[in-house]
Design a binder for this molecule. Structure first.
Ligand code: KIV
Length: 259
């Protein structure tokens, strides 16, 4: 299994990192066979599996259950699991909850926002951490809806400073969601750790999509950054392999998927 240092080496070599969200054992097996680099048990499951309008109702029990399912279907691919809403409000609470996710099979936890004290506490207890900046779905109400972040100079500067602060606190990876491609390029160039983009343009070190967004399952509005890889594919596994190949070749995302 790849180590976090391997992902830093991929960044240094300019080799793109392909990530998908995954919520169950069957998809984990298909994704591993198709060559995905990382599996993300995202709290997007609240929306795509549970039918909620946002991710705020997802519980620790939900995340543990789906992490166990994904771990049962994969053995060679690192698993990142989201810390659900309010599970990381204090460093002590975050450590207890992160340990539950690690016991369920996660290799790294992901948390939203510039929670540097929490990151330091988790890293001091040997827990690998992925940050998440830009549009952070758990703050959807505070952010006034599903909106691109960092469009103006002040907003962009704040995200860049938060990215640097999180790297300094010890994060191993950083997800950038719905930020202008130019800002993602700047952050990616300034950080030593890999950035993984979703709606953040082609210049991040890797890309992540919600599984349903790459299979063309759009019960609501189709996000600008989504692409249906199943349309041209022979089946689901081929669609995943096409996604991996497109990310690795730098063919996805294009300007059409970016802000
Ligand atoms: O929950 C999730 O699926 C995520 C991705 C959108 C990055 O955090």
């Amino acid at each position: 299994m790849k180590t976090w240092a391997d992902f830093v080496a991929m960044k240094a070599r300019g080799e793109k990192i392909a990530v998908l969200t995954c919520y169950d054992a069957s998809f984990a097996t298909l994704m591993e066979r198709a060559g995905i680099d990382l599996l993300l048990v995202g709290d997007s499951l609240g929306m795509v599996l549970q039918g909620a309008a946002d991710t705020l109702g997802v519980t620790m029990a939900d995340m543990e259950y789906h992490t166990r399912c994904v771990a049962a279907g994969s053995d060679a691919t690192p698993i990142i699991t989201d810390m659900p809403y309010a599970s990381d409000s204090t460093p002590a609470m975050a450590l207890d909850n992160a340990r539950r996710l690690i016991r369920a099979g996660a290799h790294m936890v992901k948390l939203e926002g510039a929670k540097c004290a929490v990151v330091r506490h988790l890293k001091a207890h040997d827990i690998a951490v992925c940050g998440h900046l830009g549009f952070t779905p758990q703050s959807v109400h505070e952010l006034g809806g599903y909106k691109v972040q960092g469009r103006d100079e002040r907003g962009a500067r704040q995200i860049l400073e938060e990215a640097r602060a999180l790297q300094h606190a010890g994060i191993d990876l950083l997800v950038l969601e719905m930020v202008p491609a130019s800002l993602a390029r700047q952050i990616t160039a300034q950080l030593a750790i890999p950035t993984i983009g979703i709606g953040a343009g082609p210049d991040c070190d890797g890309q992540v999509l919600v599984l349903h967004d790459m299979l063309g399952i759009y019960p609501g509005k189709t996000p600008k950054f989504a692409h249906n890889f199943l349309q041209q594919a022979a089946g689901v596994e081929d669609a995943i392999a096409r996604y991996v190949a497109a990310v690795k070749a730098g063919h996805f995302p294009t300007a059409e998927h970016s802000f």
